[in-house]
Design a protein around this ligand. Structure first.
Ligand SMILES: *[C@@H]1O[C@H](CO)[C@@H](O)[C@H](O)[C@H]1NC(C)=O
Ligand SMILES: *[C@@H]1O[C@H](CO)[C@@H](O)[C@H](O)[C@H]1NC(C)=O
Ligand SMILES: *[C@@H]1O[C@H](CO)[C@@H](O)[C@H](O)[C@H]1NC(C)=O
Ligand SMILES: *[C@@H]1O[C@H](CO)[C@@H](O)[C@H](O)[C@H]1NC(C)=O
Ligand SMILES: *[C@@H]1O[C@H](CO)[C@@H](O)[C@H](O)[C@H]1NC(C)=O
Ligand SMILES: *[C@@H]1O[C@H](CO)[C@@H](O)[C@H](O)[C@H]1NC(C)=O
Ligand SMILES: *[C@@H]1O[C@H](CO)[C@@H](O)[C@H](O)[C@H]1NC(C)=O
Ligand SMILES: *[C@@H]1O[C@H](CO)[C@@H](O)[C@H](O)[C@H]1NC(C)=O
Length: 473
């Protein structure tokens, strides 16, 4: 947080003069010419370099794929997605090796992004963020995994199979819960980012593989989310709802990334239904185009005028008050990432999106003036000045905006029929069995607590399996 200082008039006078004199270097931020691809790439290179300084996972003794505190595991998953995109949009392969290593390591032994160190506290949305980065790797023909027996595509299919298995029609007639396991707070919460992540994965698998089963799931997830009111008739996207009220009460907060994830998935479905010859009658672009266009219009909520009247992306619930937490500081990165894809998947959105991406990029690059290098970025892009903060979220946000400017310069996300070569496995990702769940629980208690934990295990495992049993029967 910035400290307000009392500056005397003479000092203010001199600092104004000196800032005028040194303007070109001191306050220009990262240099950016919006109409010059080399300039865009070198700005992105600068911002990517500073971003990767936060990563310690490739140091001797550290764990590949982990970001240090305060960053949660899910954000690391998003971080490597930003590096996949950075390579795809700019062609700079500098960070490919650490990215392959990280994605593979955190995919875990089963390749399902449920690694032993995370499983106990992992949520569906956490798993999705890693899976979406693997999906980006598949769609962009990113270098394949080295040691895993699954390709990027197979990993995403594994996550899809698990989430489909977790679809919960015991309460609210459907939906995915936020948490995977009942011992985590928030198990009763059915949130939009978890359902949106599942929706996006299903849509992308449908488009990539052409398998209609995935498209039917995308439909089902949309219909449920709209049906309970998480997606309003004017395409506002609320944060979530809870089983305690049978999903009739909401947290109505509108975050840029929840708006973005449905927009992206709808664009994927629009693209898939426009190009595929094998879709069922319930699947048509006539259904998905109005949804896509409505979501794009609703996303105007995430822009505000900057000091010169240009539209710049912002995070309405917390940015203005400078109260965004570590997670929230990264949300604009995902909306920016998804907008670049939307331009490629639905070219009719080009004019609408590009104007705002350009003004956002200009404002965002201008305020990258912090940290050791003098180029680290802050979060309040529209303010016209650096806000004094640095972090993975801020850095990743500006990177996604910058390389997104090249969206019309490179080809769009691939599919298996347009050159995508990632290997799949439709039966990957079996859910953990009873023994594994006991191991997860036991590895998280001290020896002294084992007796108590044993009782808890019996209770939780009982709950889980009776739920599954009831679902099946
Ligand atoms: C980790 O990766 C970064 C970025 O590629 C690189 O600069 C650094 O040297 C690597 N560290 C080790 C120990 O390999
Ligand atoms: C799990 O975490 C511990 C402690 O940080 C680390 O030593 C170990 O390598 C991690 N395991 C995996 C598979 O990442
Ligand atoms: C409940 O969910 C399962 C698994 O997705 C599905 O097969 C079943 O048809 C659903 N039941 C109802 C009543 O919707
Ligand atoms: C609970 O909500 C679902 C979905 O909106 C609805 O279909 C169902 O009838 C509701 N059940 C009760 C008991 O109100
Ligand atoms: C934002 O600026 C544009 C001109 O660039 C103006 O037309 C519009 O009314 C402004 N909107 C708000 C909310 O101030
Ligand atoms: C679907 O996406 C591809 C790849 O970006 C693009 O070439 C194609 O024009 C899109 N199809 C439609 C109908 O917009
Ligand atoms: C399509 O995907 C479903 C769900 O994973 C799978 O069961 C089915 O075998 C797949 N079909 C084909 C033709 O691959
Ligand atoms: C696909 O995954 C299943 C389940 O993990 C496994 O049994 C099977 O051997 C895999 N198939 C291939 C071709 O790797």
């Amino acid at each position: 947080m910035q400290q307000r200082k009392n500056i005397s008039i003479p000092l203010l006078f001199w600092s104004l003069c000196s800032s005028v004199l040194v303007v070109p270097v001191q306050s220009a931020g990262v240099p950016l010419d919006l109409d010059n691809h080399d300039s865009i790439k070198s700005a992105a290179r600068r911002v990517a370099y500073d971003l990767v300084t936060f990563y310690t996972g490739n140091r001797t003794g550290d764990v590949p794929g982990n970001l240090p505190a305060p960053y949660y595991w899910w954000e690391a998953g998003a971080f490597f997605g930003a590096l996949v995109n950075y390579w795809a949009f700019t062609g700079d392969a500098t960070y490919n090796a650490i990215t392959v290593q990280a994605l593979e390591h955190q995919a875990g032994v089963k390749g399902d992004f449920m690694p032993v160190n995370q499983t106990y506290t992992e949520g569906n949305d956490d798993q999705s963020f890693w899976a979406m980065s693997a999906m980006m790797a598949a769609e962009r023909n990113f270098p394949n995994p080295i040691t895993s027996n699954l390709g990027w595509l197979g990993m995403v299919q594994g996550v899809f199979n698990q989430q489909a298995h977790r679809w919960d029609n015991m309460s609210c007639s459907g939906g995915l819960r936020w948490q995977i396991y009942p011992w985590n707070a928030g198990y009763g919460y059915k949130n939009t980012i978890s359902n949106g992540g599942f929706f996006d994965i299903a849509a992308r698998l449908a488009r990539y593989t052409g398998n209609v089963t995935y498209a039917e799931w995308a439909d089902k997830i949309w219909d449920w989310s709209e049906g309970v009111g998480l997606i309003t008739p004017d395409f506002q996207i609320f944060d979530g709802t809870t089983q305690e009220t049978n999903c009739t009460s909401y947290d109505r907060t509108r975050w840029s990334y929840t708006g973005g994830i449905w927009l992206h998935g709808a664009a994927v479905m629009y693209n898939y239904t426009s190009s595929s010859s094998t879709t069922s009658p319930s699947q048509s672009s006539a259904k998905w185009k109005p949804r896509l266009d409505g979501l794009l219009l609703a996303a105007n909520h995430f822009y505000q005028n900057d000091s010169i009247g240009a539209q710049v992306m912002h995070e309405p619930p917390c940015e203005h008050q400078q109260r965004c937490n570590t997670d929230q500081l990264s949300f604009k990165a995902y909306l920016s990432r998804w907008l670049a894809d939307v331009i490629q998947l639905a070219p009719h959105t080009y004019y609408d999106i590009t104007a705002k991406v350009r003004s956002t990029a200009k404002a965002a690059a201008r305020q990258c003036q912090g940290g050791e290098t003098g180029t680290y970025c802050g979060h309040r892009w529209s303010s016209g000045k650096y806000d004094g903060t640095i972090g993975v979220g801020q850095q990743m946000g500006v990177l996604e905006v910058l390389h997104g400017l090249l969206a019309t310069h490179i080809s769009g996300p691939l599919t298996a029929s347009t050159g995508g070569t990632s290997e799949g496995n439709t039966s990957a990702g079996t859910a953990p069995d009873e023994t594994e769940i006991q191991e997860i629980l036991f590895s998280h208690v001290t020896t002294g607590d084992r007796a108590g934990a044993a009782v808890l295990t019996v209770v939780f495992v009982g709950m889980l399996f009776s739920a599954v049993y009831t679902m099946i029967s």
